[in-house]
Design a protein around this ligand. Structure first.
Ligand SMILES: NC(=O)c1ccc[n+]([C@@H]2O[C@H](COP(=O)([O-])OP(=O)(O)OC[C@H]3O[C@@H](n4cnc5c(N)ncnc54)[C@H](O)[C@@H]3O)[C@@H](O)[C@H]2O)c1
Length: 384
């Protein structure tokens, strides 16, 4: 029975608690922390937990009942709290984004190595049935050689979203739509295709005047043998996250979509019904995931603690997403394509020197400690 500590009792914390509760035979939440202690107490009362409330995460880390922690804090704190937790001998599941910089990621990875404890980064979209089926089919070569893919991370957030004290600042949120939202689909992109050779990006803030950071951006990832086009938006009404992959033999995507063309004598397309039916059949044949989202990732975290399987997204895997984001910020600011990897001598490797190079799109003029509404949405149902 693994004792769990929840650090940070805001919007995402209750999602973690509910997922741990689904595995009550393997774990129990023993402690909850927030600088606003009343939020920790409310979470404990609301979920009827038999847990201690703390106002300081260091007190939670010295609680012997806690063996593993979920870090549900603002991004700027992820690295220092993760490192303190690992040094205290706790396993760590840290919310996305993994950290604020590549340097911080490397310090976290080193702390995990030195402690021998599990470090896992939340990437719950890997555990969505259509995503898992897409990956299986691409690995099987179902559409032949992939030539082009497009990833659309299209969300919408109202202006007041950025009034929360840590949001909309390079120092606290560590970035805009790429760091906060597109981080999910960037993770899926390198899970599916690996890392690109070069990254060319442009970012802007088009409609959120209480944020220093971007709310819209476009990227071309060049893999040499294929191109991935990626859009990150917080100005798109009705959340639409999607992936489309074009191969020589057909096209498949998430939410599930399938198409296949063969050429007429003049090169114009004719629907290839046979190829489409085969792709459709294979998609239906692959079993659904037994659990999805945070539930599935927390199950993986618990099994990793017991040494039964590796964490699906460990520090190195989480760092890859950070490297893509850093390359996007570097390309959009310096102009032109950025080659990967980013060297540790690069100004964009460290948070302070990266921020010094970034534009402040707007001045953050309004800041609130908490919203009256704590409910959030986690991304739409991608179907089956
Ligand atoms: N995986 C997802 O889909 C998903 C969704 C939402 C948020 N998140 C991530 O979860 C993290 C938290 O986001 P949120 O929306 O829950 O934010 P939030 O502001 O609602 O909650 C954060 C909580 O941490 C507390 N806090 C801040 N600094 C602290 C400290 N040093 N010690 C103890 N408590 C402290 C705050 O008082 C607040 O209650 C962010 O990294 C965010 O990107 C992930």
């Amino acid at each position: 029975m693994t004792g769990i500590g929840i650090i940070g009792s805001g919007a995402i914390a209750s999602v973690h608690v509910e997922s741990y509760e689904r595995y009550a035979a393997e774990c129990e939440v023993k402690a909850v922390c927030d600088t606003f202690k009343a939020k920790a107490e409310d979470l404990i009362a609301g979920k009827a937990l038999n847990a201690a409330a703390y106002d300081d995460y260091k007190k939670l880390l010295s609680d012997p009942a806690v063996e593993a922690v979920s870090i549900c804090l603002p991004p700027s704190t992820h690295a220092s709290v993760t490192i303190d937790a690992l040094k205290a001998g706790k396993h760590v599941l840290v919310e996305k984004p993994m950290a604020s910089s590549l340097e911080e990621c490397d310090l976290m990875i080193e702390a995990a190595r030195a402690s021998g404890k599990v470090l896992a980064v939340v990437s719950q979209n890997r555990y969505k049935t259509p995503v898992a089926k897409l990956k299986t089919m691409l690995d099987e070569g179902a559409i032949g050689k992939v030539v082009y893919a497009s990833f659309d991370s299209l969300w919408w957030r109202g202006q007041v979203y950025y009034d929360l004290w840590w949001r909309g600042t390079w120092a606290q949120e560590s970035g805009g739509s790429f760091m906060s939202h597109a981080v999910h689909y960037l993770d899926l992109m390198h899970m599916i295709f690996g890392m690109p050779a070069t990254v060319s990006a442009t970012i802007t803030n088009i409609n959120h005047d209480n944020s220093e950071c971007e709310d819209l951006g476009f990227v071309v990832f060049n893999y040499g043998d294929k191109i991935v086009h990626f859009t990150s938006s917080l100005v798109s009404h009705g959340e639409r996250q999607s992936i489309t992959v074009e191969g020589e033999k057909g096209s498949i995507g998430v939410p599930w979509t399938v198409s296949a063309c063969s050429p007429l004598p003049n090169g114009f397309p004719k629907e290839n019904e046979e190829a489409k039916a085969a792709l459709e059949h294979r998609y239906r044949e692959i079993p659904d995931l037994p659990a999805e989202g945070h539930d599935a990732q927390i199950a993986n975290f618990l099994r990793a603690i017991e040494g039964k399987e590796p964490p699906a997204v460990d520090g190195l895997e989480g760092r890859r997403t950070m490297e893509l984001i850093v390359a996007i910020y570097k390309s959009s600011t310096m102009g032109g394509p950025v080659s990967l990897p980013i060297a540790s001598t690069d100004a964009f490797y460290r948070k302070e020197t990266m921020i010094a190079s970034m534009p402040k799109f707007h001045e953050k003029k309004k800041s609130v400690d908490n919203f009256s509404e704590s409910k959030i949405t986690l991304g739409r149902d991608l179907g089956r």
